[in-house]
Design a protein around this ligand. Structure first.
Ligand SMILES: [Zn+2]
Length: 102
């Protein structure tokens, strides 16, 4: 399976709430408890993994930093794009105002 295909499969499982969390695996009697192996007293759900579990704190912080950097790069790109004229100037048009006033 190639990298794009793996990403597509992971994304579709995420969107359909079918990532193999303990809560899902417990529903199918694959594991004995729906709780997180690390936190013990919290159910292991996608939300728990993404936002709450201390086990994934460092990767979560790294992801937030990368998102902030991406936002800064997009902001810089937007600022740069404002300086590009919306329409190209045609030859002779830039001197038209001077000829009329002379
Ligand atoms: Zn946890």
């Amino acid at each position: 399976m190639n990298k794009t295909r793996n990403g597509d499969v992971l994304l579709s499982k995420f969107l359909t709430n079918m990532l193999p969390t303990n809560k899902l695996l417990h529903r199918f009697n694959i594991v004995s408890s729906p709780n997180c192996d690390f936190c013990v007293h919290a159910e292991e759900t996608i939300s728990h993994i993404l936002f709450h579990c201390p086990r994934y704190r460092d990767p979560r912080l790294q992801l937030l930093k990368e998102i902030q950097n991406l936002n800064l790069r997009l902001l810089l790109l937007n600022c740069l794009l404002r300086y590009i004229p919306p329409k190209p100037v045609t030859f002779g048009q830039e001197c038209q105002g001077q000829a009329e006033s002379a």
